[in-house]
Each structure stands twice: as C-alpha cells, then as structure tokens.
Design a protein around this ligand. Sequence first.
Ligand code: AMP
Length: 575
Amino acid sequence: MSDVICGIDLGTTNSCLALLRDGRPEPVIIEEGSAIVPSIVSFDDSTGQIIVGRKALNRFAAFPHHTVRSIKRLMGKETSVKLGERSYSPEQISSFILSYLATAGAVVIGSEIRRVVITVPAYFNEAQRRATIKAGELAGLEVIRIINEPTAASLLYENFEDEDSGEEGDSSCILVYDLGGGTFDVSILEVKGEIKEVLASCGDSALGGDDFDERLIAFLIRHIREKYGHDFSDDLDRALHSRLKAVAEQTKITLSDAPYARISEVAVTVVNGEPVNLDLEISRREYEEMIADLVEQTMEKVGEALREAHLESDDIGRIILVGGSTRTPLVLERLEQLFQRTVSFSVDPDLCVALGASIQHGLITGESVGHILIDVTAHSLGVKTNDSHDPETGDADYFSRIIRRNTAIPVRKAEVYYTNYDNQDLVQVEVFQGESDSCRENSLIGAFPYPLKPAPSGSSVVAEFAYDKEGLIHITLEQKGYDNRKEVTLDTRTTQVTERNDAAAEGKITNYMVSKGRKLAQQSNAPEKMRDELSTLLDEYVAALESGDDEELIDSLEERLLELMDEIEEAVSGE
Ligand code: AMP
C-alpha cells in the first residue's frame, strides 16, 4: 500500500493535519466538523489517560494543573512541565498532540499515517527543530522533513489556481504575515525556482489573538465595575477569566464579520450574592480602538522585516495571510494602507500551513501536485456610498466592499453605514462588483430603494451580504433600533432583483431623487430661496408618489425637481 502523504502544522494554539489526495491538498476533519485541533494536552487522573484537543480545552478551566497549552513555546528548552503528579518534557507533550493527530486522522481517512512533514516557525533554531523531530519520533512517526511555516504557506499559494492575483510588484518576493492566537511572525521569502530563501523573519512571540481577547476582557471588567460596583481587575479568578475569555473570543469573531456584537450572558459571577449578568452591545469601531496599538505593533514589525530584507513595500509581489487572527478586518485595512493594494486570502488562514506541508510531502515523494481549486468570490461585492474615491474630483461614488475578492464561499459579512441628514426617508441601495474604488469602473449588479423610518442624521443602517455558491447575494438591510428590515436577493449572473416583504419598497428608483434632493436642500451654501422651494417641491412629490394616482402631477413635479436640483448644483459649484 502506498504511503499516505500528509503534512502537520504543529501550532502554538492549534494544530492541523492535511493530506494530499490525487495531487490536491485537503484538511483532515478530526474533531466536531473541524480540522483545527487545539494544541492542548490534559491528564485524566481518574482514567490515567492523556486527552488531547477540544476535550482537553474543555478541561482547562476545571483541571488547570492537569492541563497544558502553548507547549510550542518551550520546545528546545531543557525543562519539564507537570501534568498532575507526572513530569513531561516539551517533546513528550508535543508527541501526544502529534500522536493524536496521526491516530485520529488515520481513522478518518482509513489508512495508517507513518511518514509526515512537520512545519516550524522560520525563527526556530536548531535545538527547537531537533526537538520537533524528536516529538515526531516519540509519536511513532517518521519526520521526513521539517519546513518553515511561511515556506509551507507559500507552496500552497504557488499551486493555487489564481491567474490574476490582483497583486503587484516583483512576484519573486513574498511576505507572509502570520498572526495566530499567541504569536506573530512576519517573513519575507525570495523564490528562486524551487528554492525559497528566507530574506527576513521577525515577530513577537507574545502577541496574538489572545491579547485581543484580553482587551475585551478588560472592557467587560470595566462594564461590570460600572454596573455592579465591584472591580475584578485585581481578583480575577481562573473560573471568571476563563468564562470572560470565551465571551471575548466569540465577540471578537462576530466582529470580524459584523459591525456590532451583542453580548448576552447570564451569571458570569456573583457580587454580594447577586448574579452578574452581561447584556450589552459593542461595535466594531469600539473594539478596533481597543486593539489598534496591538495591530500597530505588527505593522512596525512588517516595516522591520522590509528593512532587514532591504526591500520597499512595492518590491513585495504577494502578501500571504496566515493564522486565525488575520480575519480581523483592522489587520487587512492596515496592511492595505501600508502596501497600497487590496489584500485578501483565498485559503482559510488556519489551514494553509498544514495544506502547504502536505504539498511539500508530495514534492519529496515525487507526487504530481495539481492546481488547487477553491470556491472563492471572483470579485469584491459591495455598495455605493456618498464618499469620494478621488479627492480631486470629489465624485461621490465610492465603492465600499462588504465581501472581498477571493473570499471562500459561502460567506456572510456585514458593514454599517450612516444616514446623511435628519429624517432621511430613503436610501437607494446600489450593489456593485469589481475591484475599483470608483463604482463607475465596476459592474452594477442591481439597485433598489430602502425606505427609512424618521431618525436623526448619522443613525446606523447595517447591510449584510450572504453570498452562496449559486451566485446569489442575499442582502439584509436593517435600520438599527427602528424595527425596519428589508431583505432582497440579487443574482450576480443575471442581475435580477427579487424583493421580499414591504410594499413600500415598490417605490420607483426615481425615489433616489428624493434622497439627493433632501441633501441639496440642506446644503447651506445654496441660495435659501431655492432650498425652500426644493423642500416644498419634495414634500409635494413624496405625497404624490404615495397617493400614486396622479401620474401627470408626478411627472410635472419630477420635471421641475430635476430642473431645480440642476440649478442649485450650478449655483453651488459656481460659488
Ligand atoms: P491560530 O493560532 O492560527 O490557530 O489562530 C488562533 C487565533 O485566531 C485565536 O486567537 C482565535 O481567537 C483567532 N481567530 C479565529 N477566528 C477568528 C476570526 N474570525 N476573527 C478574529 N480572530 C479569529
């Protein structure tokens, strides 16, 4: 029987096993529908058994002295860790994780796993690499090669079916930005045929998604102090910390896809005999303020790596994102600002190192590696906003991306927009696909009106896009706090609009005029007389539209409105 070709990403927070099947890498789904296995080991006193993965994670809060996490940080060190009464070397603990992946993986794929490629960080020294090989041997595996994590990630992208990567620069240099749970690494590789040379590698071994969670935990503790009058910052016991950590992580993950997250938790602890309940909402904006300095630290390291490699940002051909925390929108936003281009990931950032390791295994054994086909969005999808993409022209046709190009589908993402003036009665939602910041240069998929309830200027409208493999975008609009929801489905292939619900939405697209007119009527540099006439006309026009039975009146009002709006625009621009 031929050997199973597989690679293992032995991570600080999570590990993953991948397999090369018919020349294509695929993750092995080991636990609860997921290929991602927590790198946690626990010892069960009652049965004398070693437990690994999600079950060990679940034991962490209750049996902290019998459970160990982040063992990767100790690899290569002459030290030991205690699990209950017994002491183990870091290699032994890591071998439990490797052994679990290999045995549980073998059950899933139906073949024994004996030979593996294991990945390590580019900065690992000889002792750390040797310790990793030893861990593999203790697990009964033959480690046929140790490769650098960024190299594995780049191997995967090399084989990715992506003719038009949309990225610029000298393609022989690749930057791998890896932000995981507890560590951050940035590496720059130069590709010279088969050889990938690491030009620079730096990072912070104590910076990652866990720190983002800690910021949210501190925020929750402040909230509890304000609401219940007790400050837990100095007496945060393990049980409360672990409960708040779970809440924080879930909130963080929600905020990666949505502009708001609701936190609703009963009895997280007790103060003066009273249960402490959490019931609050946090916006992505608030969260981003909490973590901005941490994200900034990673950007400084990116600058450091570029300097070390004697390169400018323009010299980087491809930017590869690795690690679960790269799903944080602020990370992408800051990288895009730094590199002046769109940055996206085509492959799940949690899986790409393991998938790349399985490719390396295939290359060693002479297996032909095919192109990887993954269902991703071919274009970015988003809406037109009143902002300008061009400060020179000031044209208000900014393309605000909701789902980025190359996002694996199905996907669900939401963004928040704000009304422009008091009592805005309508938004004309225009949905585009493309890569330009200017909607004019992208393709219109569909447009429809969304009537609003009276609300002050700057109130939030959340637009959620759910995109599926059939090419349909299910759009949900919600005027926050006003019980006003609308659902629309657009077909990206036929640009057909299917509206569900309210009859009010039947409004003509010309209603857009109302929205534009209201804005002009607020424009303080337009002549007052014209603004007054415009307001009156708009009211008459809306009333005529609503009664809908005098087509002639609607037409004549519409004609005068268009004229007047032109006149005002001229008056304003000729100032
Ligand atoms: P890794 O070490 O690569 O497995 O990454 C684990 C980290 O990614 C943890 O801190 C997770 O909380 C974080 N993470 C996973 N999914 C998301 C997400 N959707 N948004 C932000 N962080 C995430």
